[in-house]
Every structure is written in C-alpha cells, then in structure tokens.
Design a protein around this ligand. Structure first.
Ligand SMILES: Cc1cc2nc3c(=O)[nH]c(=O)nc-3n(C[C@H](O)[C@H](O)[C@H](O)COP(=O)(O)OP(=O)(O)OC[C@H]3O[C@@H](n4cnc5c(N)ncnc54)[C@H](O)[C@@H]3O)c2cc1C
Ligand code: SF4
Length: 512
C-alpha cells in the first residue's frame, strides 16, 4: 500500500491562503481521479477536503460506531425527507479524505448498455458508447484493481440467497469488486482492516500526491470566487476551531476550479457562488436508487460476517428496474436493528449468527432535490418517489422473501418499521401494498444527477465535459453530472465519467 501525505487543516493555526493551477474541491471518487490525472500531466494541483484524514489501517481498526462518527457525514444519519407517498430515505455519504469511496462495499459495475443507449437516444449524448468509454473503464479498473469475487469467498448468507434464487428459477451472478488481498472479513463499509479495499485514499490519491498534488483535509469550501464568468478560486473556512468547528479563513486562488464535492454538496457551492445558470436545474433531478434489505432467520448457523461483504448480484429483474446485491451488516449494528424491546429484543439479537441478508434497489426516475439550508451548512434533501417506483417496493420485497423461503428460511424480517418476523404463510398473505410510506425502511448510498450533464444549457447544468454552462474554468466532475439513475452501484460509472472529464481538462490549456 502506498502512503499518503495529507496536510491536516485542523493542525494549521489561523487563516490559510494558497495558490494553485487546478483546484479540486472534494477528495472522493471523482475528485481523486481528476487530481491524479492533472498532477500526472504536470499541472500544480491542490485538493481541498472538508473531512479528516484517517489512514486506512487506522480506520480498519475502528469500531463501527467510531467509523460512523469520524468518517460518515452526519454520523450516517443524513436523510432525504419523503414527499407525498414516499418513505424517508437514509442517504449516507462519506466525509473524509477519500470521500464515500472509503465506505463502499467495493461493488463495481460499469454503466449498463441499455442506460448508455437511453443517454444517446433520449438525451443526444452520442459520445457515450461502450467503445468510447472502454479506455476510461480500463484505466479506472486497473487503478482500483477490479476483480471478480470467487465463489469460495461467498458468505453463507449469500450462498443461501443464491440457492433460493436457483430454486425460484433465476440465477445470481458473481460480483466484481475493487479489492487486492481481501480476506473476506465482511466489514468493508466501516474500514478495511487489511487495507485491501482499493478506495481512492490508497489508490488514486497517493498517485496524485506522488506527482506533486497537495491534499488538505479539514478545509470547508463555502463558495467559488468568480471574476465575471470566470472561476478564479474558492473561499471557505479551515476547520481548526474548537472541536473541529470553522476557525481560520480559507482563501485559494486557482486558474481552474473542479467541483467534486458529491451530488449533494456541489449544488450548494454553485448556488452560493450565484452560478445557477439559465436552466434552473442545479440541485434538481436527483436520483438515489432507493434501497431495501430483507433479513432471513435460518435454523442452521449462518455466520454471515464470514466472507466477502458483497459477492453476488441478481439482474434477472432489470426489465422491472430492480437489482439485487448481497450484503451484510456488522453484528453489533445488525443486532440493534432487530425488532422488539427489552427481553424480546435480546431474544432476537441472540439469533444474529443465524441471520442472512440481501438487498435490492430501484433504478429510480428521480424526484430528488437539494435545497440550501437557511439554518445550517448541510443541504436539505427532499425526494418524491415516482408512482411506478413506489409500486415496485412490495414486488422487490416479495422477490427477496420468496428466495429466502425457497432456501429454507424459518422467518424473514421485512424493511417495515416495528414489524415482527413473518413465517412463509404469513409472508404470502401479508398486505405489503397497504404498508404506508412512513413505515418503510429505505436507504440510499447513491445520490446522483443534481448537476446533470447534457447537450443544452436549457436542460442541464454542465456540458458533456463537465464545464458549467456559460462559465470559464469552472467544472463539475462528481456523481451530480450523471444524467439519469443507473440501476447499479455507481462508483465505477462516476470515476469513468470523471476520467472522461479529466482527460479533456488535461488537453485544455489553462487561461492566462
Ligand atoms: C456506505 C456506502 C457504501 C457504498 N458502496 C458502494 C459500492 O459498493 N459500490 C459503488 O459503486 N458505490 C458505492 N457507494 C457509492 C459511491 O461511494 C459514491 O457514488 C461515490 O463515491 C461518489 O463519488 P463523488 O466523487 O461524487 O463523491 P464522494 O466520493 O462522496 O466525495 C465527495 C467529497 O467531497 C467532500 N466535500 C463535500 N462538500 C465539501 C466542501 N464544501 N468542501 C470540501 N469538501 C467537500 C466530502 O466530504 C467528500 O469527501 C457507496 C456509498 C456509501 C456512502
Ligand atoms: S471483506 Fe475484504 S475488502 Fe472488505 S473489509 Fe474485509 S478484507 Fe477488506
């Protein structure tokens, strides 16, 4: 593993005044790609990250509660408020050097062919063909060491679901993940004890730093400084005040600014910089891949924590816009999610070693919006679920429940707040369509689309090279530019599009 030198903003005293050629805001999946590409090409590169730097092996030794506290935004409690018949959605994000890439399960999917087809056909994004993207995919997958998870590393939890799939008439497929030396301890979301998950803090960022990029943690960017239509730097605060609160003033002069603060935060920066464009699309069109998990209790010992965290997926229901992926939750967190209180809960929590889990997500239409928060720094997220997506929730739960019962589950726990486990008979007659939205447990790790790219300034925020319409030297490279929901986990897609953006930036001369 290559080391990474990060300037810790919280150790810096007073104000911070810096200058660079290319300034990257956000050190996550997309920002790291841009930083590495530009540094390698010989540009002076500076990366500013709001979160702290936690070396991979330090993070890998954290308890889940410590990881949530130090590496997850809002302690993992960030929520999109459901509008209308929509559940509240726990939308999680990283706030740490390496961004959300540090928290992934390592799942790697390319942009599905049918999605690229829609982009070309309905949005005129003709350059996005599999052939044109191939070199970018190849670059990303090589740097992240994307590999197929061997069947031998599947946890018993995943094996049981896969057996249930086969008995139900469809097959699970092997997953690809960005790992090198994974030993299958199953706790990727809370830090990898082996530093085997190739998140950008141990892949792209050290490569960027080796080519001279300077990386600062604990630096909160508040706005882009504009001179007319040209971005000339940023302003913000160094988080060197008491308890990591804003302290010194942060001023950076730059010849080019690339926003990579993630789909939830880049729109805020654009709004605060008064760069909202004619389209009025900044912060709109957000998709989140609403996700749901089903837990099953078996008679046998499952010990689902032994094995690769995510090793199989099911795309047999793609036509219905549903994708299923294996997962597991650390035992301490899993025990806490079991229903009941007091002795009833203790009884359920004792069963943790007999539990299996699988997850499903909806390739959604996008009813999300990022709003400026008049009372604080964090954005407000709202999400109104499309009617068809809402109607898919019972179907998604039924598919997972059926597969688990086909594999011999005694009882399953649906993602319904307060609901007890149900047996096969009770499940088959359960009125899932009648469950009201506020009782449905829904999560998301994939906000996308808030600054979507497009061919015209009337319908998009950035052009197909990430340049903010009608500005100079201001670009967006993060998940916000993805024009539609993908139906699969997005890190590789985001990094591939960021590579496309970065290659163009590499060839584009800086303004004098
Ligand atoms: C728990 C979890 C599990 C996931 N698992 C997978 C998976 O297995 N496979 C997959 O494909 N995808 C997964 N994802 C999604 C994937 O990690 C993200 O889609 C991807 O990292 C987004 O890249 P990004 O560059 O847009 O944003 P991020 O990687 O989130 O980076 C944005 C960075 O910008 C920083 N920032 C924000 N605002 C500011 C500011 N004002 N000033 C300075 N810095 C700022 C943030 O702190 C953050 O570090 C997961 C996400 C989570 C949260
Ligand atoms: S399962 Fe593999 S990648 Fe995940 S935390 Fe364990 S060793 Fe790391």
């Amino acid at each position: 593993m290559s080391g990474l030198t990060v300037h810790a903003g919280h150790n810096h005293r007073g104000d911070l005044d810096l200058e660079t050629d290319v300034l990257v805001v956000g050190s996550g999946a997309s920002g790291a790609v841009v930083a590495r590409t530009m540094a390698e090409a010989g540009f002076r590169v500076l990366v500013l990250e709001e979160g702290p730097y936690i070396p991979a092996l330090t993070h890998g030794a954290f308890r889940p509660s410590e990881s949530l506290r130090y590496a997850w935004r809002g302690g993992g409690m960030t929520v999109a408020f459901g509008l209308g018949d929509t559940p509240a959605i726990n939308v999680t994000m990283g706030r740490v050097v390496g961004g959300s890439s540090v928290l992934t399960g390592g799942v790697c999917f390319r942009i599905p062919g049918h999605i690229l087809h829609t982009w070309r056909k309905e949005r005129g994004l003709t350059e996005f063909t599999e052939e044109r993207l191939e070199p970018y995919y190849a670059e990303v997958e090589k740097n992240l060491h994307v590999e197929e998870v061997p069947a031998s590393m599947r946890s018993r939890s995943t094996q049981l679901f896969c057996e249930g799939c086969s008995k139900s008439g469809f097959e699970a497929k092997p997953m690809r993940r960005n790992t090198d030396g994974c030993n299958g301890c199953g706790r990727c979301n809370f830090g990898c004890p082996e530093a085997a998950k190739m998140s950008v803090d141990i892949s792209y960022l050290p490569q960027a730093a080796a080519h001279g990029a300077e990386i600062w943690s604990d630096c909160l960017v508040e706005r882009v400084t504009m001179r007319g239509d040209r971005a000339v730097g940023v302003e913000g605060r160094v988080l060197n005040g008491p308890a990591g609160k804003p302290g010194g003033k942060l001023v950076v002069r730059a010849r080019r600014v690339v926003l990579a603060a993630g789909a939830a935060h880049t729109p805020l920066l654009l709004h605060r910089s008064f760069v909202s464009g004619v389209s009025g699309q900044v912060g709109k069109n957000v998709t989140v891949h609403p996700s749901f998990r089903v837990i099953a209790r078996f008679k046998e010992s499952v010990q689902g924590w032994k094995g690769s965290l995510q090793s199989a997926y099911v795309d047999a229901f793609e036509a219905e816009k549903l994708t299923f992926t294996s997962l597991f939750i650390p035992t301490s967190v899993l025990a806490a999610t079991m229903p009941g209180v007091g002795p009833a809960h203790t009884e359920k929590a004792r069963d943790v070693s007999r539990l299996a889990i699988f997850g499903g997500l909806i390739h959604d239409e996008g009813g999300g919006r990022i709003w400026q928060n008049p009372f604080g720094r964090e954005p407000i997220l709202t999400y109104r679920m499309d009617k068809r997506d809402r109607a898919s929730i019972p179907r998604l739960i039924r598919i997972m429940g059926k597969a688990f019962f086909a594999a011999g589950a005694e009882e399953i726990f649906m993602p319904i707040l307060g609901a007890e486990g149900v047996t096969k008979d009770a499940f088959e007659s359960f009125p899932l369509e009648d469950v009201k939205a506020p009782f449905i447990e829904c999560s998301s790790q994939h906000p996308l689309g808030s600054c979507r790219m497009g061919k015209t300034r009337e319908h998009s925020v950035v052009d197909t090279f990430g340049k903010v319409w009608d500005t100079r030297e201001l670009y967006v490279a993060d998940g916000g530019i993805v024009p539609t929901s993908l139906g699969v986990n997005p890190q590789i897609s985001i990094m591939t599009l960021a590579t496309h953006v970065a290659h163009n930036l590499r060839e584009t001369k800086l303004l004098g």
